[in-house]
Write a protein that binds this ligand. Structure first.
Ligand SMILES: [Zn+2]
Length: 303
């Protein structure tokens, strides 16, 4: 069975030198894929950004965290690694009409299939964001987003509760296939979230379906990856509702890990949980196969 991790990273993502966590290297990433039976991984470059584009909260220790180098290095593993490029909507000349052709052409020439994760702290419907997303979609590049609320001290594209700004972006860039990720999106499994919930992991039962359901139903260009604690929490906080969500959106959900350290305690949690649902009969075999890799293979034109 084809298993694709749609959300992998490389590098030293510690914020402080005394922070624990073994950096992810190409060697230990490939060893993890082998150990977990994962066929391929999409590598989403994380970068040390310019002061203008700096996402607060991401102060990475690896001075070599360049998007360029990560994409070039990914080319050594064409059978296992699907490279993404990455950009900030403020790069080049920071206006709503910036032409990203030079960057996009370079990424496509180097085998990139998407852009992301986009971590810029800008509202989803900022004209610079819409402009960049449209240009990605025109070239068939997927775009993976990090998402947060409007508050200070976060990183990722920003929105209010109920996600009106993401909805405007989906409408303004209908050709662009957007892969949702991060706490700002996954907080909206339940209705009536607070602004603070969008940079947190709200738990407990889902009494009323939130905007994540509404937008996935309404917009063919919206997908989501289940990676990180945010995605895991969304499908486990209320197990019956989570299973209902996985079955309903089995054509639009993508397995991913977002493992940022080789010794992360989150290793394997998504895969084990989805497999347990299959074994209990809470998730159909066909839904399991699609979520674990077949949907990603379809988006990426992989056999
Ligand atoms: Zn990530």
């Amino acid at each position: 069975m084809l298993i694709i991790d749609m959300h992998a990273h490389i590098g030293d993502l510690r914020m402080r030198p005394d922070e624990p966590g073994r950096p992810v290297t190409w060697e230990n990433l490939l060893a993890r894929l082998d150990a977990e039976g994962i066929t391929k991984a999409a590598m989403l470059p994380v970068y040390n950004s310019s002061p203008e584009g700096a996402p607060p909260g991401v102060a990475l220790l690896d001075g070599r965290m360049s998007v360029h180098d990560q994409v070039i290095d990914a080319g050594r593993y064409p059978d296992r690694i699907i490279p993404f490029g990455n950009m900030d909507p403020r790069w080049l000349d920071n206006n709503p009409h910036t032409d990203f052709t030079p960057l996009l052409d370079w990424f496509i020439d180097h085998g990139c299939r998407g852009i992301g994760e986009v971590t810029a702290r800008l509202p989803f419907d900022d004209p610079r964001v819409i402009n960049m997303f449209r240009q990605c979609g025109e070239r068939g590049l997927l775009v993976t987003i990090e998402s947060a609320g409007m508050q200070a001290g976060t990183y990722g594209l920003q929105d209010e509760p109920n996600m009106p700004r993401l909805e405007r972006l989906l409408q303004a860039a209908p050709q662009t296939l957007i892969i949702a990720h991060g706490p700002g999106f996954w907080a909206e499994m339940a209705a009536n979230v607070s602004p603070a919930d969008k940079w947190a992991y709200p738990d407990g039962p889902i009494e009323q379906e939130g905007a994540a359901w509404r937008l996935l139903r309404a917009y063919p260009n919206l997908y989501a990856d289940l990676s990180a604690h945010s995605g895991y929490n969304a499908i486990t906080r209320d197990a019956p509702a989570g299973a209902r969500f996985l079955n309903e959106f089995q054509d639009k959900l993508l397995f991913g890990t977002d493992i940022c350290f080789d010794d992360s305690p989150q290793r394997g949690i998504h895969q084990r949980y989805l497999t347990s649902l299959l074994e209990q009969g809470a998730l159909s075999e066909s839904a399991y196969v699609k979520i674990m890799g077949a949907n990603a293979a379809r988006l990426l034109d992989i056999d």
